[in-house]
Design a protein around this ligand. Structure first.
Ligand SMILES: Cc1cc2nc3c(=O)[nH]c(=O)nc-3n(C[C@H](O)[C@H](O)[C@H](O)COP(=O)(O)OP(=O)(O)OC[C@H]3O[C@@H](n4cnc5c(N)ncnc54)[C@H](O)[C@@H]3O)c2cc1C
Length: 390
């Protein structure tokens, strides 16, 4: 019999949240984390410029989920922060998503007035209208607006982000790109938009600070835990483990890539120190062709915290990459790449996982799907509660 009831691979939102709920209900939990820190991709810290930097790209907490806020508020106070994004379009910086202010800034006054009036009259204020709908409008100026947004906001950004050619961009996705009929220039409209006051990492430290939780950092769980679909068995340090194994990493690695590698998109950040303040808002998007700006966006972390009077600033210039586990840049699996083929390949791995009693796949990597931080918190709390009922 092991000393642990539950072993968890990964100390991100999925692993840490599940661990806390299980520990509070008397389960002895061991977390094995590959990296030398907790927090998963939300990991942050104060850098040499006194700026709280997010190591794996900007993480903005926004939600309308009471359950997620209630759970996380046990481990942090909050700092009100509403994220704003500007796009570099035709040499100007205009609000993204494209809204009524963007229209005023891009088009000649008379045309802008006309576009705004038709949008408001047809769709109403505070609506988000997909460009597919705009294309169906009788007014030729509105159809032209749809084309403009596709070309200047969506097309090149998407090509850079996902490495697509124009032909590969799914028309169904294109059509969903919205114009926001509003002067609200916030990136998110959720009722709760705040950042953990001391940062994400201290919030995770408090979450994991429980007598029933042991965390080992710098440990690849798969060096200690072996899962055999053939035998339907989990072993831990050479002995059969009859407890629960919650795995939050990539599922192809869990099974030794026996059914091939799943595709992921990766990122690489060129982090720079600059004087004063670099840009007017937290993130500026560059939806320009790759040859104009080879990166997708620049984030300035200072905007996300109380930072008045700070002499220096930290920016991260974001470059998308094809993921390769042995690549020099792009060796972190950030986003699943969804294709019919990749979904089928993932499902084949799930079939293997289903043959192993006690094994659970949880989180954005293991479940091969996109979760925001609030969504994975909710999911992990519910998952752990369900597990306790078994
Ligand atoms: C660039 C980027 C920006 C984002 N911005 C936002 C945002 O603004 N707002 C928002 O709500 N969400 C955002 N997200 C999503 C957010 O990062 C996820 O919701 C969250 O990270 C999911 O947590 P997780 O625990 O599932 O995965 P992760 O955070 O990836 O945690 C998984 C952990 O498991 C560890 N691990 C993997 N394999 C093993 C192994 N074999 N052994 C031991 N440890 C292992 C990893 O090292 C990692 O620490 C963003 C994501 C990315 C990639």
């Amino acid at each position: 019999m092991s000393r642990y009831d539950v072993i968890i691979a990964g100390a991100g939102y999925a692993g840490s949240t599940a661990a806390r709920v299980l520990a509070e209900n008397g389960k002895k939990v061991l977390i094995l984390e590959k990296r030398d820190h907790i927090g998963g991709n939300a990991y942050d810290y104060i850098d040499q410029n006194q700026v709280r930097r997010h190591e794996y790209g900007p993480h903005l907490f926004h939600t309308s989920s009471k359950k997620a806020v209630e759970f996380l508020s046990r481990f942090t106070d909050w700092y009100p922060y509403e994220h704003r994004v500007l796009g570099y379009i035709e040499g100007k910086l205009v609000p993204i998503p494209f809204n009524l202010t963007s229209i005023e800034e891009i088009f000649e006054p008379e045309k802008a007035e006309h576009l705004k009036q038709v949008l408001i009259d047809t769709y109403g204020m505070e609506t988000k209208v997909p460009i597919l709908k705009l294309r169906e409008n009788d007014d030729p100026d509105i159809r032209e607006l749809a084309e403009f947004i596709y070309e200047h906001v969506f097309k090149y950004y998407t090509m850079k982000q996902w490495g697509y050619t124009v032909e590969e961009i799914d028309p169904a996705v294109t059509g969903r790109v919205p114009v926001h009929v509003s002067f609200d220039d916030r990136y998110f409209q959720d009722s709760f938009q705040q950042m953990p006051e001391e940062g994400f990492t201290p919030m995770f430290e408090k979450m994991l600070d429980h007598e029933n939780i042991e965390v080992r950092l710098g440990v690849n769980a798969l060096d200690h835990v072996h899962v055999s679909a053939e035998k339907g068995e989990i072993t831990f340090e050479g002995e059969v483990f009859d407890g629960i194994f919650i795995y939050t990493g990539i599922v192809d690695e869990l099974f030794g890539y026996c059914l091939g590698e799943l595709p992921y998109r990766s990122l690489w950040f060129d982090v720079q120190t600059q004087e004063g303040t670099f840009q007017p808002v937290g993130t500026v998007n560059y939806p320009t062709p790759e040859k104009v700006h080879p990166y997708t966006r620049i984030t300035e972390y200072k905007h996300m915290m109380a930072s008045e009077g700070m002499p220096k600033t930290t920016i991260a210039v974001e470059y998308p990459f094809v993921y390769g586990k042995d690549s020099e840049k792009g060796n972190i699996p950030y986003y699943p790449v969804f294709t019919d083929e990749s979904r089928k390949a993932y499902e084949a791995y799930v079939e293997l996982a289903d043959k192993v009693p006690g094994l659970y796949l949880l989180g954005r990597l293991a479940e091969y799907r996109y979760y925001n931080m609030d969504a994975i918190t909710e999911r992990a709390v519910s998952f752990a509660e369900e597990l306790l009922k078994k």
